[in-house]
Design a protein around this ligand. Structure first.
Ligand code: GTP
Length: 249
């Protein structure tokens, strides 16, 4: 039987005592070193070393490069797991989308590096506002996601208020003698407990509330009414499978 750790191809090593020799890992090691992620210093030469390298690369691919918190890829994976958990346990789970208000002005007035510093400060403040079991991620640009498993509906406004207060006392960067504080808008939605939904549909529900918070004046939070029982067309299809005929207008 062939060795699963041995690379195939014409350059594959023939000495069975060095099964990993010949793997070109320089780029991977350089990326890990640049990102400050703890991993092997040199190309691994056994299965344990290879596992360490894989773990480090998984950490690299699940983090946001600017802030160091989770990125969209790992957040969506966490949403999939949470949807499964809610379907099994019927525990309420809250998704919050947090978007910095008028962020373009920060970049335009103070420059992109100052904008980056503000994004990092918001990421830190959000990470400090949640429980260890919760997850915060940068979803892109100036938008963040918070996933709060086992969160009773009555707590949603309290969590948004905690985020607001934590942001208010954050250690904001300075630019030209000015303190660069920002406000955020928040949209929240609970995972439907009556259907195994999808991350895209859950995100769309929260996004609707974020849009409402922006259009009602920003610096505020809007939530879906408790655990909503409104069913979108896509969710109805998930619930009933192929049993419903497509709606014809
Ligand atoms: N500094 C910095 N800016 C970014 C980054 N990613 C996206 N942006 C900027 O974020 C800004 C987002 O602007 P808009 O989408 O218009 O939103 P906004 O100005 O926050 O306005 P509202 O969301 O409506 O309150 C754009 O100017 C992007 O260039 C980043 O990584 N760093």
């Amino acid at each position: 039987m062939s060795d699963p750790l041995r690379p195939a191809g014409p350059d594959a090593p023939t000495d069975p005592s060095t099964p990993l020799a010949g793997l070109c890992l320089d780029e991977a090691l350089a990326l890990l070193h640049h990102a400050g992620i703890d991993g092997p210093m040199t190309a691994p030469c056994d299965a344990a070393g290879l596992q360490r390298l894989i773990d480090a690369l998984v950490a690299l691919s699940s983090r946001d490069a600017l802030t160091g918190i989770a990125n969209r890829r790992s957040f969506e994976l966490a949403l999939v797991r949470e949807i499964d958990r809610v379907a099994r346990t019927a525990e309420p789970a809250l998704l919050l989308l947090v978007d910095i208000d008028h962020f373009k002005r920060v970049n335009d007035t103070h420059g992109h590096p100052a904008g980056d510093a503000v994004i990092r400060t918001v990421a830190r403040a959000l990470a400090d506002s949640i429980r260890p079991m919760d997850l915060v991620a940068r979803l892109g640009g100036e938008e963040f996601g918070l996933l709060l498993p086992n969160c009773p509906p009555a707590f949603a406004p309290q969590i948004a208020e905690r985020v607001r207060q934590r942001l208010a006392r954050a250690d904001w960067p300075q630019s030209g003698g000015q303190r660069l504080s920002v406000t955020v808008s928040v949209g929240g939605a609970y995972a439907p407990q009556w259907v195994r939904s999808t991350p895209a549909l859950w995100l769309a529900r929260a996004d609707l509330q974020l849009y409402r918070a922006k259009s009602e004046g920003r610096d505020r939070a809007c939530f879906e009414a408790a655990v909503s029982s409104d069913v979108s067309v896509a969710e109805r299809e998930l619930l009933l499978g192929g049993l419903v005929a497509p709606h014809v207008a």
